[in-house]
Design a protein around this ligand. Structure first.
Ligand code: IMP
Ligand code: MG
Length: 173
């Protein structure tokens, strides 16, 4: 894809970089307080949550371990097909229909953690198909397909430092 097409698919910035960073600092401080003196393992779901994890773990000031899992929620274009595949175990970024996190949550609970909390950067409550609530959602967004800050469309746009609405027509100026 050339740079011009890339730019034209970025419709509007929904969450600017400064807002993301400010909120993550706040949540990092909150987690540091809540888990002080307790073992803390941050599990991030690749690929989408890699940027969020990198910023969140650096906003946490207490000892913590980090691990990654890879879950793929299959999309045809910008719509979830409902097929969730765990492609790399223990190793979300966003809750859309909720299927991905619901499956991952079941898997992690089966391993009997002391406690399990779900933190999501973005929540699209209008699109929920399964009953799943995160313990902490940093931002609630409307039913729009978004890109940036780790989130992709066709594997591109993950490197944008902000969250933007994707323009399928590529008409954005
Ligand atoms: P769910 O299983 O339908 O909740 O979908 C969650 C996964 O789908 C996320 O972890 C993302 O990888 C992807 N996804 C959902 N909505 C968006 C979006 O607006 N932009 C980019 N990826 C999305
Ligand atoms: Mg994706």
């Amino acid at each position: 894809m050339n740079s011009e097409t890339f730019r034209k698919n970025i419709k509007q910035i929904l969450i600017p970089e400064a807002d993301l960073q400010a909120k993550i600092k706040e949540v990092g401080a909150q987690i540091s307080k809540e888990y002080d003196g307790k073992p803390l393992l941050l599990v991030s779901i690749l690929n989408g949550a890699f940027v969020f994890m990198a910023d969140l773990c650096r906003a946490i000031t207490i000892p913590c371990e980090t691990a990654f899992m890879c879950a793929k929620s299959y999309y045809s274009g910008t719509v979830s097909t409902g097929v969730v595949k765990i492609t790399m175990d223990l190793q979300q970024d966003i809750i859309d229909t909720g299927r991905t996190l619901n499956d991952v949550k079941k898997m992690l609970l089966a391993r009997n953690p002391l406690s399990l909390k779900i933190i999501t950067l973005l929540d699209k409550p209008d699109r929920r198909l399964v009953d799943l609530k995160a313990d902490l959602s940093l931002f609630t967004i409307p039913d729009l397909f978004v890109i940036g800050y780790g989130l992709d469309c066709g594997e591109l746009y993950r490197n944008l430092p902000y969250i933007a609405e994707y323009d399928e027509e590529g008409q954005a100026e």
